[in-house]
Write a protein that binds this ligand. Structure first.
Ligand SMILES: Cc1cn([C@H]2C[C@H](O)[C@@H](COP(=O)(O)OP(=O)(O)OP(=O)(O)O)O2)c(=O)[nH]c1=O
Length: 189
């Protein structure tokens, strides 16, 4: 029986992997999420995903380990998770009425080899009023999410349209992950 581990504390990533009806365990550890600002957004998310997977793979070299990372990029500026409500408000003001890119990187480490890829999804926000932004920030939803919003919950009210993989915005490009697990020889039931 092959062992599959999701190296993440994100409840969204857990749910997305569960959708694929895979049997897995969760093991995550604190990883330094600082990055070199001269790197491209795709390299940032793939490097961070690999950093998360590596810590767990080191302890479980017989397992298939999945790490992932998500950032929002608006106008060349990288938006991670907001530090507080004021920071969340500024991020949402920046995203209001325009398009931004969501980058999610994935790293799969396994005894059979590795996989490293990313998805870029374009997201357009409605023009948001101050009242809407305050209401959303006060919901508490923005604080643990890149770009200060969650498309899958109340944050859906902010989004006009998207182009690309919806699930990558939520935190894991699940269909590509499934295909990469298969390519690496993971026994999918
Ligand atoms: C843009 C967006 C992000 N997010 C979430 C996905 C990620 O959980 C989070 C980005 O932070 P990450 O640092 O990628 O992940 P994490 O700290 O939550 O979990 P871990 O590092 O343990 O894997 O933002 C949403 O849930 N919905 C969205 O629409």
């Amino acid at each position: 029986m092959q062992n599959l581990i999701l190296a993440s504390s994100s409840p969204r990533r857990k749910e997305l992997l569960e959708n694929l009806r895979l049997t897995f365990t969760i093991s995550s550890s604190e990883v330094d999420e600082s990055f070199d600002p001269t790197l491209s957004p795709e390299d940032v998310v793939m490097d961070l995903a690999e950093r998360k997977a590596k810590v767990i793979f080191k302890e479980n070299p017989e397992a298939f380990v999945i790490g992932s990372d998500t950032i929002v990029v608006a106008d060349g500026q990288v938006l991670g998770k907001p530090k507080d409500e004021a920071n969340a408000k500024r991020m949402l003001e920046k995203l209001s009425g325009r398009k931004h890119d969501v980058y999610t990187g994935v790293s799969i480490l396994s005894p059979n080899g590795t996989s490293r890829f990313y998805e870029r999804t374009e997201v357009w926000f409605w023009e948001l009023t101050d009242e809407e932004i305050n209401f959303y920030v006060q919901s508490g939803e923005p604080l643990d999410k890149a770009g200060a919003y969650g498309i899958q919950q109340l944050g859906s009210m902010l989004v006009k349209k998207i182009s690309g993989d919806y699930f990558a915005v939520v935190g894991l490009p699940s269909s590509k992950t499934y295909r990469e697990l298969k390519r690496l020889g993971y026994q999918l039931s």
